[in-house]
Ligand binder design. Structure first.
Ligand code: AMP
Length: 447
């Protein structure tokens, strides 16, 4: 019997969540609390600081939003109205900040909750106007929040009661340490602090000691495991036929929603062009796109207009994309932990999902490291090479046309001083790929 089956089924009410918020959860379709919510909410409602080891997809936003909203409701009932700037949530990325704010707003829609988001890449003035409306909850990236604390007249956080550091490991990896220190100096010491992180690094430990008081540690799952409902497979192939295998797998699973992970931003563009050329509904998203383009792409994917999202690791964490059926690792991540984050986009909340890793002759080492990290040998995806290669001519044509399009575009850009080395490199690696010896290399790999 699994750990989950042994546990008694909890409800939000049994965790101590008040009726208004239980109703809000119901409206969101949250019938039972997720593991991190079961672990975190009772301690948070007792007024404790929290360290939550959990990833996006675990329901961690609800785990910190519900206790904050419950405390806000209590103050509102006492004082007649909810207090402004009651909580601040710091997020490493703009997308995640927007998603957190959307979840707060959805949970608080019945109680007239006002939320504001302050992130980079958006006009400061419009944000200053939103701050002047005195929202109850503020979500932002550290740099922009600090900018407003220093430069926006009349804005301060002296009434703050809750601070959340979300995805703290990423906040620190992105060198937001100095900004976070300055924000900590500008907010009251008397407050509750919740720190959520996918991994517990040395830097996160240091931050925890600097800003939490006697925290309770809660965890959604053991460190690097993947869930049982996730079917993980690999497909061993020659580098020169990777695109062909990708098209084959996507066609085999044509009704599914998929995320395809690549190593570079350029590869996301190229693959999206190739797949679109072949009539597949693909859209790229990467750190190189403007904020509005990224959100536009994400919305198209969420709305089902496109069912294949091609992305870099920037998109593998933080983005709230519900019900992805399949994750394809087009490039094997060199950092094995990225694998866990990528495949965490599927098989969420008890649903099933598939993750297929396309491993070429140069990526075997990285793949073996992944198997070591997750503690299991993965089975092979049953691809018939002859069937895959039937697609070769069409895929090669689509690639040639897409390459020409990219060359045209980047040629224009280069005249403005940018360069397209990455795209050239990507194509060079495809052209240089050694001939395919599946059985021998495949056997060698399994040893
Ligand atoms: P998060 O890990 O906070 O980014 O949440 C991931 C997704 O899970 C979001 O789309 C939430 O709306 C959803 N979610 C959070 N809690 C629950 C729950 N108890 N039941 C079902 N879905 C949930």
């Amino acid at each position: 019997m699994t750990e989950i089956e042994e546990e008694e089924v909890k409800t939000f009410k049994s965790l101590g969540v008040c009726d208004e918020l239980v109703e809000a959860c119901d409206k969101m379709g949250w019938t039972t609390p997720s593991k991190i919510q079961v672990e975190a909410i009772p301690h948070a409602l007792e007024g404790k600081d929290l360290i939550g080891l959990a990833q996006t997809g675990s329901g961690k936003t609800g785990a910190f939003a519900l206790p904050i909203l419950q405390a806000l409701l209590e103050v509102a009932n006492e004082k007649g109205k909810p207090p402004a700037f009651f909580a601040v949530v710091l997020s490493p990325t703009r997308e995640l900040a927007i998603q957190i704010s959307e979840q707060f707003e959805a949970l608080g829609s019945g109680i007239g909750l006002k939320c504001a988001v302050v992130v980079g890449g958006v006009d400061m003035m419009a944000q200053a106007i939103a701050l002047a409306k005195r929202p109850h909850i503020l979500v932002g990236t550290p740099g922009r929040l600090l900018d407003h604390l220093s430069n926006t007249k009349g804005f301060s956080l002296h009434t703050l009661k809750f601070l959340v550091l979300d995805e703290a490991d990423r906040l620190l990896n992105m060198d937001f340490e100095k900004e976070i220190d300055e924000i900590l100096n500008a907010i009251p010491r008397e407050r509750r602090t919740y720190l959520f992180s996918a991994t517990m690094t040395k830097k996160v430990g240091k931050l925890q000691r600097a800003c939490l008081k006697n925290p309770v540690k809660v965890e959604a799952s053991s460190k690097y495991s993947t869930v049982d409902t996730l079917k993980q497979q690999y497909c061993f192939l020659p580098a020169k036929h990777k695109d062909c295998y990708l098209v084959y797998i996507l066609s085999e699973m044509s009704g599914s929603t998929s995320m395809v992970f690549t190593r570079t931003c350029e590869a996301t563009r190229l693959l999206a062009l190739i797949l679109r050329n072949l009539g597949l509904r693909a859209i790229p998203i990467s750190g190189q796109m403007s904020q509005s383009k990224r959100l536009g792409a994400l919305n198209k994917f969420k709305a089902g207009e496109c069912n294949i999202l091609i992305c870099t690791d920037v998109a593998s964490r933080g983005l709230d994309i519900p019900s992805v059926d399949m994750v394809i690792n087009y490039d094997i991540p060199t950092n094995s932990k990225d694998y866990i984050h990528r495949v965490g986009r599927t098989a969420r909340a008890g649903r099933s999902g598939v993750a297929i890793s396309l491993v070429n002759q140069y990526e075997v080492e990285w793949f073996l490291q992944i198997e070591k990290l997750i503690g299991k040998k993965l089975p092979e995806f049953p691809a018939q090479q002859e069937e895959v290669l039937l697609l070769l001519e069409r895929v090669t044509d689509a690639k040639r046309i897409s390459l020409m399009k990219i060359k045209d575009g980047t040629g224009r850009k280069r005249r403005r001083g940018e360069d397209d080395d990455e795209v050239d490199k990507h194509f060079k690696s495809l052209k240089d790929a050694k001939p395919y010896k599946k059985s021998r290399e495949g056997r060698k790999m399994r040893k």
